[in-house]
Design a binder for this molecule. Structure first.
Ligand SMILES: *Cc1c(COP(=O)(O)O)cnc(C)c1O
Length: 494
């Protein structure tokens, strides 16, 4: 067995190499794929002065066969070095005493671009490495931002087509407009009557459906995932933890080796999990401060060790975090116990009763690394207003959740460790709420864009300019129960 293999968190998956892991997207036993090898620690000094493409190459090569490092550099160049991002890729700003790493400078103005501008290149590279001749049908469930970033990444990519499922009433008007106006020969955007969890659960089921598997075989196609259940989404996200840290070192804000905290507005927990892997690779991270909105299931988990999905689902003004089934938590639990049968037991309990509780050993490790809090919608608006007034920095609703939770943590804990807040979206993706927060006035979403720009002088990101007037190309809406059948029909068209 070559060294860098991937296994399932639930233990019933033959070892896969990197390419197979990318193409398959999820464990055949329903678990998530994780490295089966000891992850190498990095020499921080050697990373300090690298640009984003070179740093991405160094970090990502840790997870990939050694002989393709130069190919990986080429893929990273296409994703981050050829003009889709500004040259700084992830600028680190400061609001008061909080460092803010802006992960939203990519082609769709969302942090999902950090991974989804690379994943399609991983996919085509893996198809080539494996001599795979079938087409791949990418399925993505989205709470708003993944959909657009995946569509943009996969549009017109040879050998692939993509189907995005979004909750018709669960995304912001700007997010929806971004998706339904998507161009490209191989893209499809489908509204579903249901919430994000319904979409994600259906997509996960599709991967394990025997019926769909047979259809796929007949029609010479296979399914893969663009959600953060795909390990190819997580690996690129490790890079910006190192990069934002080194930016602070190079600006002399911190010393090389100094411990920092990260605050992370969280939903499906992919962002934070990538950070936990970075910590395992030797990046000196103290605490991860996990921020949630009113869907505060993660807050409860990190405070009690119990994951209890039997609760109401709320639609909030930070919709990308409106999630009750936080997929990547399964990877964290696995990494903390390294015991697939235990994970399988927890996931069975979750499926059957909606609840599981980790044991004392796991919970002790949870406490060592993580702390968590949440903000309701009103507090989100107050936080945006207060931060803008006090520091001049304009937060979006998701990043505001992080900012508010961090400020409360700082007050309660007196922890003086310097902290990087990961900013996950441009304020112009949620202009109605952000404008209301800084002006007190409620406005139509699109009017709010111009008003916000006039008031704050923060530039409107290029990908969001003029989207109101783009032609709507995707109008399909289906019931959540119909997702699997719909995918079946699509496979038959191959
Ligand atoms: C996806 C997303 C999140 C949540 O990230 P996870 O990796 O799912 O935890 C937070 N904010 C925004 C704007 C997002 O798009």
């Amino acid at each position: 067995m070559s060294e860098k293999m991937y296994l399932s968190t639930r233990g019933n998956q033959e070892p896969l190499d990197f390419y197979q892991a990318i193409l398959q997207g999820i464990g055949s036993d329903g678990g998530l794929l994780v490295p089966a090898f000891q992850i190498e620690k990095k020499d921080l000094k050697a990373l300090q002065n690298l640009n984003y493409v070179d740093m991405a190459t160094e970090i990502i090569s840790t997870f990939i066969p050694d002989d393709v490092k130069e190919d990986i550099r080429g893929l990273c160049q296409k994703a981050y070095g050829d003009g889709l991002f500004p040259s700084e890729v992830v600028p680190v700003e400061k609001a008061g005493d909080v460092y803010i790493a802006e992960l939203f400078q990519g082609p769709t103005a969302a942090f999902k671009d950090m991974a989804l501008s690379l994943l399609p290149h991983f996919m085509t590279f893996s198809l080539k490495q494996k001599g795979e001749e079938r087409e791949v049908m990418i399925l993505a469930a989205t709470s708003g931002d993944t959909g657009k970033a995946a569509l943009e990444g996969f549009k017109d990519v040879e050998g692939t087509c993509i189907k995005v499922f979004y909750p018709i009433d669960g995304v912001s008007p700007v997010q929806k407009q971004q998706m339904v106006t998507q161009t490209g020969q191989n893209v499809d955007v489908i509204g579903i009557k249901g919430n994000f969890d319904d979409a994600q659960t259906a997509v996960k089921k599709a991967f394990n459906s025997q019926e769909l598997k047979e259809l796929c075989n007949q029609h010479h196609v296979f399914l893969s995932s663009a959600n953060s259940i795909n390990i190819g989404r997580l690996i690129p996200q490790i890079v910006y933890y190192f990069y934002s840290y080194m930016t602070l070192v190079n600006k002399k804000e911190i010393q090389l080796g100094e411990t920092v905290n990260f605050t992370i507005p969280s939903g499906n927990f992919g962002n934070c999990l990538a950070g936990y892997i970075a910590k395992n690779m030797g990046l000196p991270i103290g605490k991860f401060i996990i921020a949630s909105n009113k869907n505060n299931i993660l807050t409860d988990f990190f405070n009690t060790g119990q994951y209890d999905a039997n609760r109401e689902f709320y639609k909030t003004n930070a919709p990308a975090m409106d999630i009750l089934v936080s997929s990547n938590l399964e990877r964290l639990v696995y990494m903390l116990c390294q015991d697939a049968s235990k994970v399988q037991t927890y996931m069975n309990q979750l499926n059957e009763t909606g609840v599981y509780e980790v044991d004392a050993n796991i919970f002790a490790k949870v406490k060592e690394n993580f702390t968590a809090g949440w903000l309701n919608e009103e507090q989100v608006l107050e936080t945006i207003g207060a931060c803008y007034k006090e520091t001049g920095y304009l937060l979006d609703t998701h990043t505001a959740v992080g900012y508010g939770v961090y400020k409360e943590y700082q007050k309660q804990s007196q922890d003086q460790t310097k902290t990087i807040l990961l900013s996950t979206a441009s304020p112009y993706k949620f202009p109605g709420s952000v404008y209301q927060a800084v002006s007190g006035e409620k406005m139509d979403e699109y009017d709010a864009v111009d008003l916000l720009n006039e008031k704050t002088k923060v530039p409107v990101p290029t990908p969001l300019k003029g989207i109101k007037d783009r032609e709507i190309l995707h109008k399909k809406v289906i019931d959540k129960e119909a997702i699997i059948d719909f995918i079946g029909e699509q496979i038959k068209e191959f």
